[in-house]
Design a protein around this ligand. Structure first.
Ligand code: ADP
Ligand code: MG
Length: 361
């Protein structure tokens, strides 16, 4: 619910501010048409917006494709349920230590991508962290019964977490492209693709919609945002980055103008429980097995939302200096990446081009 509210706020600012920036001349030709996409997919709020003189026929077509892509990938990436006609992440987890699972090529492509992400992020975004994430997920579920509070005796012990960490090696994930199978070679290990799934799916959707000739569209799947082109007047859209310490007066930490790029934020305010004085959120540092404590949120602007999603989780789990070193090395490979770090005291640090895109109130 919290998450839906924050996404609604993001959407609100995206469109309300965009319209604030309309000049009278724009108004005649720049019309925003936004459509909600079912919250069934990825259990989150999603929307598609088109601008300019795109006809309603096109929007209907984009929506149809969104439904098709999201319903397929939602099923493929589900870790809790299986569906008729498709072997998904849940099927692979169920067969851990037992047998390889026959999968679609889309699954092979995705899990190979996840292995690349593991390498790029020095193991900080690790889809094989399932055994550890499961423990924290169970704590969140117990806490939900008690208005988000957990008794200290229900916290996982250091030993329990260390034991689970023994089953998180990325090498336990065996991908066989030739035979189209995936196998987890340790019965105690499991996949959790929550850190990458939405961003990756947005990239697939982006390609499909762009191929139809779309030139001014914003896709937003549960906060994984990617823009096709710019506004028809050539300027960027304005989006609010949630203030992790938000108050009714200040719901956004800042506002950014962006175009032709993806924007993803990972934050400690979305899913968490409280135990004692401490907040335990859902992004886990693979090194410690505990919720990462460096920041309250990290936002990434880069071309592809798959990479933005993976990096927002990874940079959330490392110091500012390590994050900077990681993006410097990626920039050397030619990737444009901008970052906003908000620490737990509310201080902001950001890369230069991101600073240049901040919209002053
Ligand atoms: P969200 O999905 O809430 O927008 P993230 O992209 O940061 O936020 O993903 C968090 C989700 O990813 C968690 O709910 C959990 O399922 C999983 N996860 C948490 N920590 C890690 C990690 N270090 N590596 C891989 N997956 C993680
Ligand atoms: Mg992520």
């Amino acid at each position: 619910m919290k998450k839906i509210v924050s996404l609604l706020l993001v959407c609100f600012v995206l469109f309300s501010l965009a319209s604030c920036y309309h000049t009278p001349d724009d108004d005649t030709k720049e019309q925003v048409r936004s459509r909600d996409i079912s919250t069934v997919y990825f259990n989150t709020y999603s929307m598609l917006s088109t601008y300019g003189d795109t006809s309603d026929d096109n929007i209907e077509k984009y929506l149809e494709i969104s439904e098709e892509v999201l319903s397929y990938y939602h099923k493929l990436f589900d870790i809790y349920y299986e569906y008729a006609g498709v072997n998904n992440i849940r099927t692979i987890n169920k067969n851990a230590g037992k047998s390889p699972v026959k999968v679609d090529e889309e699954m092979i492509d995705f899990l190979e991508y996840c292995k690349q992400i593991y390498t790029i992020t020095n193991g900080k975004t690790n889809v094989m962290l399932g055994s550890v994430l499961k423990i924290w997920h169970e704590c969140r579920e117990i806490a939900e019964e008690d208005f988000g509070y957990l008794s200290p005796e229900d916290l996982p012990t250091v030993e329990e977490l260390a034991q689970a960490q023994e089953h998180t090696s990325i090498d336990l994930l065996v991908i066989d492209r030739e035979n189209m199978t995936v196998y987890i070679s340790d019965p105690e290990a499991s996949l959790d693709v929550g850190a990458v799934a939405k961003g990756y799916t947005v990239d697939i959707l982006y390609e499909r919609i762009k191929a139809l000739g779309a030139s001014s569209v914003v896709l937003n799947i549960g906060g994984s945002i990617r823009a096709i082109g710019a506004r028809p007047n050539g300027s960027g859209w304005v989006v609010g980055i949630t203030n992790p310490h938000r108050t009714p007066e200040k719901p956004f930490a800042l506002r950014l103008r962006f175009q032709n790029t993806a924007l993803v934020t990972s934050g400690d305010y979305e899913r968490y429980f409280v135990c004692g004085e401490q907040k335990y959120h859902h992004i886990i540092d693979p090194l410690t097995g505990q919720p990462a404590t460096y920041f309250s949120s990290v936002s990434i602007l880069t071309e592809e939302s798959g990479l933005a999603d993976a990096l927002s989780t990874a940079l959330f789990c490392m110091s500012y200096e390590d994050g900077l070193a990681l993006i410097s090395s990626l920039r050397e490979e030619g990737k444009a990446i901008e970052v906003l770090w908000i620490d737990r005291e509310g201080n902001h640090k950001m890369t230069d081009a991101l600073r240049a895109s901040v919209v002053n109130a």
